[in-house]
Ligand binder design. Structure first.
Ligand code: ZN
Length: 413
């Protein structure tokens, strides 16, 4: 592959900086180079700087003229439920009639309807749907996603989803980090205690032995798994060498943030109801919050997590889509940037940091992706705008021009 030179970007948003997640004022420092360029060789970034400096080094390079456009790291979406069958259009319509999440679940909708369809689907069908979703992410400028299981809820059902994630990884350019979320809901006809035992005794050993996931997640919520059960699952996962994270404090404040801190989780996700003590606990234990405002928006709710307080407390915030058919049917990180700025009062720069470099660290990939710096993978997106703030400002309109993974153009719109 010839070297590739990207030249004359109106803004080359590098997010260059020290090898750690960004906190406080550093979240606003995007290290933008005007008329910026970079040289890419063998899928990795070789040099970054003003275009005239890069032009001196490019002898045989293929040129990408980014004049009038923003070039930045591909988004890293650190929380998605990418593999599932079907959709939840009926739930969507019920919510429009003001029925609640719990009412919809009782009426046979909710997560259970997705579980039934996902269980019934063949691996080939699930893979075909997942490929369509992967393409959606790429079109939005996302080059890495975390992807969870959680719609099988049986040993075979969960393993099937994780195997589909594994196949997807091999077959699409989108980079994928797999997470085991067996404790996503309690199957019908057994108790939460009985199911937790299956997750710990039967699922986790196989997930670990077959190397199917890097993280283990739980849904810690009233009616799902309580703090003790969540703690048991995640402690067992740690013993199997998995990193841990949790869906916590989404609908009620159950002390989930504190639990994640006690367990030494990498991230605590959702946090809509987390209070000041929860924020303090996360900071003490260095847990990264993963905020998913798309699910607040799509559920028609109004209580967003306290992003400003978290930033002021020095937490290395991450933003993600929570892409899933029930509560957040969007793969669009630009949409999430819009919500972060309008609903959570984050600045556009903080939102970009939270969805690139901070997200990369939360997935244990901060040394590879999330910024445009020499030695990192050439995973980047070019957008049809001259100022990065336009990504959060113009909402509902795609601005992606092209997307590159490991220096290879995989999408041109
Ligand atoms: Zn989720």
């Amino acid at each position: 592959m010839n070297p590739l030179a990207v030249l004359h970007a109106a803004q080359l948003v590098t997010l260059a900086g020290p090898a750690r997640p960004r906190i406080g004022a550093a979240m606003s420092d995007l290290r933008i180079i005007r008329d910026g360029g970079m040289l890419i060789r063998d899928g990795a970034i070789e040099s970054v700087g003003p275009s005239d400096e890069i032009e001196e080094k490019i002898a045989e390079a293929e040129i990408v003229d980014a004049r009038g456009r923003v070039v930045m790291p591909g988004f890293v979406d650190a929380h998605t439920h990418l593999v599932f069958a079907g959709n939840r259009l009926d739930d969507f319509e019920r919510r429009a009639r003001s029925e609640t999440y719990e009412e919809i679940a009782k009426a046979g909708g909710g997560i259970w309807s997705t579980v039934e369809r996902t269980r019934a689907a063949s691996e080939a069908d699930l893979l075909a749907e997942a490929k369509k979703h992967a393409d959606w992410f790429l079109r939005c400028g996302t080059t890495t996603v975390e992807a969870k299981s959680g719609y099988g809820l049986t040993v075979e059902g969960e393993l099937k989803i994780l195997r589909v994630i594994g196949q997807l990884k091999e077959q699409v350019p989108l980079q994928i980090v797999p997470t085991f979320l067996g404790a996503h809901a309690v199957p019908k006809a057994i108790s939460a205690e009985e199911y937790v035992e299956i997750v710990i005794e039967e699922m986790l050993p196989r997930v670990a032995a077959e190397n199917l996931a890097e993280f283990c997640d739980v849904f810690c919520e009233r009616g799902y798994f309580d703090s003790d059960q969540s703690g048991e699952v995640l402690s067992a996962a740690k013993r199997h060498g998995l990193k841990i994270r949790g869906h916590v404090d989404q609908l009620t404040n159950s002390g989930g943030a504190r639990l994640m801190a006690e367990l030494g989780a990498t991230t605590a996700d959702h946090l809509e109801q987390t209070d000041e003590q929860g924020i303090v606990a996360l900071k003490k234990a260095n847990v990264q919050p993963v905020l998913v405002p798309g699910s607040v928006y799509a559920l028609g709710l109004s209580r967003y997590p306290r992003a400003r307080e978290m930033i002021e407390a020095g937490l290395a915030i991450v933003l993600a889509t929570d892409f899933n058919p029930g509560s957040s049917p969007t793969p669009s990180m630009p949409m999430i940037l819009s919500l972060a700025c309008t609903q959570m009062k984050m600045s556009p720069a903080e939102a970009i940091t939270a969805s690139t470099i901070n997200a990369a660290y939360s997935l244990n990939r901060g040394d590879e992706i999330g910024s445009l710096q020499p030695g990192k993978l050439a995973n980047f997106a070019i957008f049809d705008c001259e100022d990065y703030r336009e990504l959060a400002y113009w909402f509902g309109i795609p601005q992606t021009h092209s997307v590159y993974v490991r220096g290879k153009r995989i999408l041109k719109l």
